[in-house]
Design a binder for this molecule. Structure first.
Ligand code: ADP
Ligand code: XUL
Length: 518
């Protein structure tokens, strides 16, 4: 069996797979808010941060690991686990002194992880991906490198507030003494991987690319970015490596305490989005995952390290080799809900039948579907922009607005993923709104690609379990055929007669965006 872990914002999840039977043997989570209430982090982070700070307590992640394994022993025979891999929420960073490795090497299974490892923390809390406190540091790094295009071309993203490099710089500036006594900086992913391995292990290319520090072309730390971020940073980071790299045997702590076998090995961990790419069965170029959640995200495999000339999208390492894009759209379900409520509708107005009633209007009316500030494209929109027939603009025909909103969301995705230069062959749809057939059909039509939906719920932890199996020599595509199947009856074909309609609409949509951002 192979075990995948995902240490995400709100919970730590385990997925155990048994490739010979094709079964997911066990799925289990520890919820930080409800299971570990003493950290007073109901949603996984410490509430009330000031000036955009959002931090979490790394001790909570350690305690969750002990608790998760304790619960797993009641559900599964952990001595059958051959390999463990995992993922973490991206960008979060953990700061440790020179005793960390010694502590890992001598963990006593009669005690617990928090008691033995917390004294090594040089920063008691960890900034996570929701943190926006580093605007000044982003500007400093950008100017040191000579502009946003340079930072993006090297690292795959312009300097971004939540990315670990700007966060490290802020720590260096605000707590220079604590920075100085920091011997090792980990991401959430490499921190948990190190605990399991019983030694500090490297950051992988998938999560490492979310730091504004990794050179995509060299797949090593970029010395200019290191220098622009903080002094001696290169000595505090291990050289980055591929997620499938085996680290050796699991630490004796876990063998003694939870019954893992002495032959159980561990790999590096990666970020939750790269792991999801694996768990959604989308690691080969041509496959695209669109997640329609609170925000919408678009991620897809890419053969080479192309970067977004506009600086909106991000590029990370793909755990299966090559690269992947991640593009976030802030106005996702938030915008769909805003229009629904504004017009006094319910989700049935977004159904297939309701949308079919306006099929003659496909691509005719345009809506820039932004009810508030957007990041792709980056602009402080204050409300949607409408262009089209009087009935559409006046709101007297709500169905036309629903269609134009959805078309606008997917045209915007299509427009802002063109820089990847990868033809979309299949879209795998996930997230709360993906179950809506009307919305899913419009995705297929606008992108002119078949859409599938998956039963997978914990795609990151499942992806991690698949990475573990792949590291053990199993064939990843074959495993994905088994574990990442589209759910029966969920597939939708695009209507080919709309290809030209949306191709033409895309050009008009781009002009409208350009005019609105001027
Ligand atoms: P999160 O990003 O918080 O994980 P989810 O992926 O769970 O979010 O998606 C939740 C969102 O899905 C809700 O906010 C809601 O707007 C949307 N949603 C749920 N059901 C439907 C539906 N039938 N049609 C369209 N949107 C829906
Ligand atoms: C990606 C990002 C989030 C985190 C948490 O850039 O910030 O998706 O990985 O899930």
């Amino acid at each position: 069996m192979f075990l995948g872990l995902d240490s995400s914002t709100q919970s730590l999840t385990a997925v155990l797979i048994d490739p010979p039977s094709g079964e997911i043997t066990c799925q289990l989570s520890v919820n930080f808010g409800t299971d570990l209430p003493h950290y007073q982090s109901p949603s996984g982070f410490i509430p009330g941060g000031e000036a955009g700070e959002v931090h979490a307590d790394p001790r909570m992640w350690l305690e969750a690991l002990d608790l998760l394994f304790m619960r797993l022993t009641a559900k599964a025979d952990l001595s059958r686990v051959k390999m463990i891999s995992g993922s973490g929420q991206q960008h979060g960073s953990v700061y440790l002194d020179a005793t960390f490795d010694q502590r890992l090497a001598t963990l006593d299974s009669a005690s617990d992880l928090v008691t033995q490892l917390a004294p090594a923390l040089t920063r008691t809390t960890s900034p996570i991906w929701m943190d926006t406190s580093t605007g000044v540091e982003c500007a400093e790094i950008t100017s040191a490198l000579g502009g946003p295009a340079e930072v993006c071309g090297r690292s795959g993203s312009i300097a971004i507030e939540r990315f670990s490099g700007p966060q490290i710089r802020r720590f260096f500036k605000t707590q220079p003494m604590d920075y100085q006594r920091t011997d090792r900086i980990h991401l959430v992913s490499s921190f948990i991987a190190s605990v399991l391995a019983g030694k500090s292990v490297a950051i992988d290319f998938g999560d490492g690319a979310g730091m504004n520090l990794l050179s995509l072309s060299k797949l090593g730390w970029d010395t200019d970015l290191l220098a622009a971020t903080a002094p001696d940073l290169g000595t505090k980071l291990l050289p980055p490596t591929a997620a499938t790299t085996i680290q050796g045997d699991i630490s004796p702590y876990f063998i003694k305490k939870f019954g893992f076998s002495e032959n159980c090995r561990t790999t590096l961990f990666t970020g939750d989005n790269p792991a999801s790419l694996v768990g959604m069965g989308a690691t080969t170029p041509g496959n695209v995952v669109i997640s329609l959640g609170t925000s919408d995200t678009y991620f897809a495999a890419m053969p080479g390290p192309k970067t977004d000339p506009n600086g909106f999208g991000h590029v990370f390492g793909n755990p299966a080799g090559g690269f992947m894009s991640l593009i976030c759209f802030r106005n996702g379900s938030l915008a769909r809900e805003a229009l629904r409520d504004q017009l006094g509708l319910d989700w049935s107005a977004f159904d297939r039948d309701a949308l079919a009633s306006t099929s003659d209007a496909a691509g005719k009316n345009l809506m820039l579907p932004f009810f508030g500030p957007e990041i792709t494209p980056r602009h402080d929109f204050t409300g949607p922009v409408l262009e089209g027939s009087p009935a559409f603009k006046s709101g007297s025909a709500p169905a036309l607005q629903v269609r134009a909103l959805l078309e606008g969301q997917f045209l915007n995705m299509r427009l802002h993923s063109q820089w990847m230069e990868v033809k979309t062959e299949r879209i795998r749809l996930t997230g709360g709104a993906s179950k809506n057939d009307g919305i899913a059909q419009l995705v297929a039509d606008v992108f002119q690609a078949p859409v599938e939906r998956l039963d997978v719920s914990n795609s990151a932890a499942l992806g991690a379990a698949l990475v573990a199996a792949a590291a053990d020599g199993q064939d990843l595509p074959a495993l994905q055929e088994i574990f990442c199947k589209a759910s029966v009856g969920s597939s939708l074909r695009p209507n080919p007669t709309l290809a030209g309609v949306y191709q033409e609409a895309l050009g008009r949509f781009k002009s409208l965006i350009d005019a609105s951002r001027r």
